[in-house]
Each structure stands twice: as structure tokens, then as C-alpha cells.
Ligand binder design. Structure first.
Ligand code: PGA
Ligand code: ZN
Length: 397
């Protein structure tokens, strides 16, 4: 049984406060986890409250339903208690930030009771033995950096890497190579929230830099490295058009543009190419290029089984981004992954632009046999997950 839940404010990677939870059990199990936070958040995400409010509401409503009441090792029981304590679909009472921190901390306490690593507790012995390929943010802008690219993220995708470690190091090398190319071209660049280079170049030049960087590293490493995008289409979309600075594209033009990019650059991955309400546009693009690339819904699906079901019914995509804090609990995230898998959708487990040293998503990716994980390239709060993946792979794969 859970005997104590402590909540506190800690710093995230943007320097903002976020919620951390400690869960203790009767038999001495301990788990600690922290909520991440988005900047280009989807309209349909669960609600993040100011940490102070989320903490006091969770202390009042959730903690009494957990302490002495539920088992840390029974995730559905824990997450059911969180849902009951909140009473809304969107966690607007206790905050999805309190909910996800407690949900993940309870899972870690449950693993600790068993003396098992978290991925083993969550995935069990019948999980697959694949390792997730990390998608590494190398160049970007959008809501994550000012005066940089319109497209939010250009992501290295080391699809031919023989191991997690090789993939992790390849992404870091692509990141370094991009810096060299920028330097050669006399372009200075700050870094965005996730540690990607945020140069003041147009998107065409960013494509050029990415193509050159991944080709150079692929040659050097001797395995295939592609790249992909998070277009964060909902952030580009306003008044019925996609805005790239002064240029605009209609939905049809956006679909043509993205389909052309997939062909021109042999993209491995395209996240949120269209607005978060445009299932129809997603479906048309997936019909055109879905056999060549992953079309992934982030703001479209927000890790929500109902929105995913609508995507499945309309053939809107072929993969889903999974962010536990978008929906509030690990149970909800698992349900989304399970529904995705049943319908041939790939799951991409993801960090947020505001992160902590928490490594839960590395374990979640291995536990669920997810083919991809998106968790940055360099910078401490990102390397925390990447290095954890390397350790897990040594143990588990
Ligand atoms: P966010 O961005 O964490 O700022 O929402 C990441 C993403 O869009 O995938
Ligand atoms: Zn996204």
C-alpha cells in the first residue's frame, strides 16, 4: 500500500517550476518523478495548472484517495484513484502535472517493491526485445526559438543503427556536424528549448544543412541515417492558412508541399504536418505518402484514445506521439499505445520542450516496444533519457 505521497516544486529545463512527486509504500518501495511541460501545446491536451495550485489541489483531493488506499504496483488502481479525485476528463481540478508526476512516481515505487527496473515492471517478461530508435532534434525554431526556422523541428533519424548506443552517438554527431556546417557558412546560432540549433535561416536552407549533416555522419558511421520533421502545423495555421513568415499556403498547397518534401528528402518521419483539427488533410497526406514515411499525430491525437480512434476511423495517420502529460496518467498512455498497436500505428514516445532529469519515458519506450523515442540530442535533461536508454539496452536487449 502507498503510505505517503509528497509533492514539491522543482525547476524544469526552461527555469520554470514544475511538479515533482515522491511515493512511498508500506514495504519500503520508493519512487520519484517529475512532470514535463510543453510550449507548443495542443488545444486538446489535459490541463496543466500552475504548480502551486496543482500541488495544493492534489494534496486535498488525490492524496487522501491514494495513501492507505491503493497499491503502487497496481497502476490502474493508482490512476483510477487520480481520475476519481479529479472528476474531469482533462484533469483541470488537480492538474495533469500533479497527476502525471504521481502516476509515474507510483510506477517507480511499484518497480522498487519488486526490485525490478521500471521497464520490466511496466512491460513484463512478454514485452518485445526491440529497442526504440531515438529521433534527435538537430535544427529548429517555431515556438521553441525566436527568429529561427518556421518548421519547429528537424530530427535526425538513425534508422540503420545497429544499437541504441550507436543511434544515440550518431544523433549527437549529426548535431555537431550541423554546427560545423553553420560555422562554414558564417551563420551563428543559438539553441532552442530542446537544445537544437536555432539559426536565422529559411526552412529551405535548414533542409540543405540537415541533408548534408546526416549524409556526412551516415558515411562516417556506415549505416543509414535519415531525417524527419515536426512541423507543429497547428502553430503555423491561422485564419485558414499556413504561415511561413510573409508567405502563406492553403491546405492543399501545404499537403503538396509536405508530400514534395517527403520525396525530395526521403523523410523518415513527419509529425503534425497539418492543423490539429484537420483529420481530412492528414488523411489525404497519409494516402499520398504514408507508405513511404511515418505521418505522426501529436497535437492531433494528444495521447487520447478517442482522438486516436477518430484518426483510425478516418485513416488520418500511421503513427501517434505519446506524451504521458498530455493525457495525465501512464494508464491512459498505455491504452493509447495499445490501441495504436492494434491498428498498425507506430508509437513514438516523447519528451516535452520543458523537461527535467526524469527518465520515465526511456523505460516506457522499452516497456511498450515502441519503435521510436523523441527525446532530444544533447543537453542534460535530454541526455538523462538517452543515457538511461543505453543502460537499459545493455541490460535488456
Ligand atoms: P512541446 O513541443 O513540448 O513544446 O509541445 C514538442 C512537440 O511539439 O512535439
Ligand atoms: Zn510535436
Amino acid at each position: 500500500l502507498i503510505t505517503s505521497v509528497r509533492l514539491r516544486r522543482i525547476l524544469d529545463s526552461r527555469g520554470n517550476p514544475t511538479v515533482e512527486a515522491d511515493v512511498l509504500t508500506e514495504s519500503g518501495g520508493f519512487g520519484r518523478a517529475a512532470a514535463p511541460s510543453g510550449a507548443s501545446t495542443g488545444e486538446y491536451e489535459a490541463i496543466e495548472l500552475p504548480p502551486n495550485e496543482a500541488i495544493s489541489a492534489a494534496r486535498k483531493h488525490a492524496v487522501p484517495r491514494l495513501v492507505g488506499e491503493v497499491h503502487a504496483g497496481n497502476q490502474r488502481e493508482v490512476d483510477g484513484a487520480l481520475r476519481a479525485a479529479d472528476g474531469t476528463d482533462s484533469f483541470s481540478e488537480i492538474g495533469a502535472n500533479s497527476a502525471v508526476a504521481i502516476s509515474m512516481a507510483a510506477a517507480k515505487a511499484g518497480a522498487d517493491v519488486l526490485g525490478a527496473p521500471l521497464y520490466q515492471h511496466l512491460g513484463g517478461t512478454f514485452r518485445g526485445d526491440n529497442f526504440p530508435i531515438p529521433l534527435g532534434n538537430v535544427v529548429g525554431g517555431g515556438e521553441h526559438a525566436k527568429d529561427a526556422t518556421h518548421i519547429q523541428e528537424f530530427l535526425a533519424a538513425p534508422v540503420g543503427a545497429p544499437s541504441v548506443a550507436e543511434a544515440v552517438f550518431a544523433n549527437a554527431e549529426v548535431h555537431a556536424k550541423a554546427a560545423d556546417i553553420l560555422d562554414d557558412r558564417g551563420i551563428s546560432a543559438a539553441k532552442g528549448d530542446e537544445g537544437a540549433w536555432a539559426p536565422a535561416v529559411d526552412d529551405a536552407e535548414a533542409f540543405d544543412i540537415m541533408a548534408e549533416a546526416v549524409d556526412a555522419v551516415a558515411d562516417d558511421r556506415g549505416f543509414e541515417i535519415k531525417f524527419g520533421l515536426d512541423m507543429a502545423g497547428a502553430e503555423l495555421f491561422e485564419d485558414g492558412e499556413y504561415h511561413y513568415g510573409d508567405e502563406t499556403k492553403s491546405t492543399d498547397e501545404q499537403i503538396d508541399y509536405v508530400a514534395g518534401l517527403v520525396d525530395d528528402y526521403d523523410l523518415a518521419y513527419v509529425e503534425d504536418p497539418l492543423d490539429e483539427d484537420d483529420y481530412e488533410g492528414f488523411a489525404e497526406l497519409t494516402d499520398r505518402v504514408g507508405d513511404k514515411t511515418l505521418i505522426c499525430g501529436d497535437d492531433l491525437f494528444v495521447t487520447n484514445v478517442e482522438r486516436l480512434q477518430e484518426g483510425i476511423d478516418t485513416d488520418a495517420a500511421n503513427s501517434i506521439l505519446i506524451k504521458p502529460n498530455q493525457i495525465g496518467t501512464l494508464t491512459d498512455a498505455f491504452d493509447a499505445i495499445e490501441l495504436a498497436t492494434e491498428h498498425g500505428y507506430d508509437s513514438v514516445i516523447s519528451h516535452r520542450s520543458g523537461e527535467t532529469e526524469d527518465t520515465t519515458i526511456a523505460h516506457l519506450a522499452v516497456a511498450t516496444d515502441a519503435p521510436f523515442i523523441k527525446t532530444g540530442t544533447v543537453q542534460g535533461e535530454r541526455t538523462a533519457k538517452l543515457n538511461e536508454l543505453i543502460r537499459i539496452a545493455e541490460d535488456a536487449v
